[in-house]
Design a protein around this ligand. Structure first.
Ligand SMILES: NC(=O)c1ccc[n+]([C@@H]2O[C@H](COP(=O)([O-])OP(=O)(O)OC[C@H]3O[C@@H](n4cnc5c(N)ncnc54)[C@H](OP(=O)(O)O)[C@@H]3O)[C@@H](O)[C@H]2O)c1
Length: 274
């Protein structure tokens, strides 16, 4: 699908590199069709060595030959990068932005071109091909553009398509979500250690339990409440733990975390997005 398209990744850091690796492993494209741009030449050399892609410290050079431009610099850097590449961008190019909080309207204004823009909110499990990414079409992006972006992010995990207005909520749920689960895993490890399990063993058991529970939800397609009820024996360990978790407000606290992270994302979009 992407085989003949030239792809420029501007800001080939963690996320940009994860996408390059994902696309190449999935054979969506060939190394010769990918150009990675960032300022650090050593990092580019190691990217070239690992993936065989073209590299450059010159964003303009990367963008000028591209059919698809993936913007993966930090949001704070976006004004300068958008101004830098604007003279080279053409309406036929697809722009895919990962930059948190930067709207397609802002990108379009800064580029001064009516090119199709797809905004994406991925998360760090993309680094291990288990990402959760939401994508949204900007004003000039159509079904074909969304399909291309979906294919790109599918190479590093699951993809959903939502309206752009949902992006702050996605940031609060799945964009920031790995942090909540890291804390859950950390707490479960400590619980195991407190009850006498060696830390390394507790870490293995806790992480695998989270992975396994998530897999059960995804692969059975069953509601988590049903899966929970099925393993809750009358008078057993689970119902006692559930009672404690409800008393301490586990569910409310996670809902509140998503609400507050969403609100912070809205604030940051207002501060840096325009
Ligand atoms: N990490 C996440 O969980 C996550 C989740 C959702 C969205 N995102 C978004 O994904 C984007 C990338 O995040 P990340 O975690 O991959 O950050 P990152 O690792 O810091 O990558 C950004 C890269 O941009 C490069 N860069 C900085 N200034 C540049 C310039 N003027 N021209 C070209 N490249 C430049 C940096 O390399 P040099 O210093 O070598 O230039 C750096 O490697 C951000 O916009 C973020 O909002 C991240």
């Amino acid at each position: 699908m992407l085989s003949n398209k030239q792809i420029a990744v501007v800001g080939a850091g963690h996320m940009g590199t994860a996408l390059i690796g994902g696309m190449l492993r999935a054979k969506l494209t060939l190394p010769k069709n990918v150009t990675a741009a960032r300022r650090n030449p050593e990092a580019l050399a190691s990217l070239k060595k690992q993936w065989g892609v073209n590299t450059t410290t010159d964003n303009k050079k990367a963008v000028s030959a591209a059919d698809i431009i993936i913007l993966a610099v930090k949001p704070q850097v976006s004004p300068q990068v958008l101004v830098e590449i604007a003279p080279l961008v053409k309406p036929a190019q697809l722009v895919v932005s990962l930059m948190a909080g930067i709207t397609t309207k802002t990108i379009s204004q800064k580029l001064g071109q009516p090119c199709p823009i797809v905004r994406a909110m991925p998360n760090t499990p993309c680094l291990v091909d288990a990402g959760a990414t939401a994508i949204a079409a900007g004003a000039h992006a159509g079904e074909k553009d969304l399909a291309l972006a979906e294919r790109i992010f599918s190479s590093v995990g699951q993809v959903v398509i939502l309206p752009e207005t949902a992006m702050d909520a996605v940031t609060g749920l799945s964009g920031t979500g790995p942090v909540y689960i890291f804390m859950v895993i950390e707490a479960m490890i400590d619980g195991g250690v407190k009850m006498g399990i060696p830390r390394d063993v507790a870490a293995k058991l806790a992480a695998q339990t989270v992975l396994g529970a998530a897999k059960l939800v995804i692969e059975t397609g069953r509601h988590p409440a049903i899966l929970k009820d099925e393993v809750t024996t009358p008078g057993g360990t689970a119902i006692n733990a559930i009672h404690m978790l409800e008393t301490k407000g586990l569910r409310s606290v996670l809902i509140d975390a998503i609400v507050t992270a969403t609100q912070r994302s809205q604030e940051l979009s207002r501060l840096y997005g325009d």
